[in-house]
Design a protein around this ligand. Structure first.
Ligand SMILES: [Cu+2]
Length: 184
C-alpha cells in the first residue's frame, strides 16, 4: 500500500483518524443546524408579519377569515386566553379546510360565509398554534397555514427542534457518506 498522491503520508492500513471523523461530523451537523434554524426563523417571520387582533363586537373577538389557493387572510391572528372568539370564514375559490387542532376546530371552507364561535380556555398556555387547510386543494396545500398566537408566547424553542433534528440527521448522513467513502 503506497501513497499514490504523494500527499501527506499515512500509517499503513489506517485511512483516517478518529478525531478527524468526529470533527467532520460535528462541523457538518453544526452547519446543518444553523441553516435549518435560520430557515425556520425566516419562515416564521414570513408567515408572521401583520398580526390581526380581530374586532370586538359585544365582547366577542371577531375575525373575518378567507382562505384561497394557498393562503389565509389575514396571515396571522392573535387572541388571549379566556377570549370569546368568533371566526367568520369563507373560501375565495374552491373548497378548503379550516382546522385548528388545539381549539378542536375542523370544518370545510366554502364560498358561503359561516360562523364558528369558540372560547379560548382561560388556562391555555401562551403559544403559537396553526390554522391549516384540512382538505386537499392542490399543489400548495401543505403550505396553506396561518399562525394563531395565544397570549405572549415569546421565543418557542420547541417550534425549531423538529427542523433542527431532521437537519442534524441529514448532516450526519452526509458526513457519514463523506467519511466512509472508500479511499484508494
Ligand atoms: Cu388544502
Amino acid at each position: 500500500m503506497s501513497d499514490v498522491n504523494g500527499k501527506r503520508p499515512e500509517a499503513p492500513g489506517k485511512a483516517y483518524t478518529l478525531p478527524g471523523i468526529s470533527l467532520v461530523i460535528a462541523v457538518l451537523a453544526l452547519i446543518a443546524v444553523v441553516l435549518v434554524t435560520g430557515m425556520a426563523y425566516g419562515v416564521l417571520r414570513m408567515t408572521g408579519g401583520e398580526v390581526d387582533e380581530g374586532v370586538f363586537k359585544d365582547g366577542v373577538r371577531e375575525f373575518e377569515i378567507s382562505g384561497g389557493q394557498w393562503s389565509y387572510k389575514p396571515k396571522s391572528m392573535k387572541v388571549e386566553p379566556g377570549d370569546r372568539v368568533r371566526f367568520v370564514i369563507s373560501s375565495r375559490d374552491i373548497t378548503h379546510g379550516f382546522a385548528i387542532n388545539e381549539l378542536g376546530i375542523n370544518r370545510p371552507l366554502y364560498p358561503q360565509k359561516q360562523t364558528i364561535e369558540v372560547v379560548i380556555p382561560a388556562d391555555m398556555d401562551d403559544a403559537t398554534h396553526t390554522l391549516y387547510c384540512s382538505i386537499f386543494c392542490g399543489i400548495g396545500h401543505p403550505y396553506m397555514k396561518a399562525p394563531i398566537i395565544v397570549g405572549e408566547p415569546g421565543f418557542e424553542i420547541g417550534k425549531f427542534l423538529p427542523y433542527a433534528a431532521s437537519l442534524a440527521t441529514l448532516g450526519l448522513f452526509a458526513a457519514s457518506i463523506m467519511v466512509w467513502r472508500p479511499r484508494r
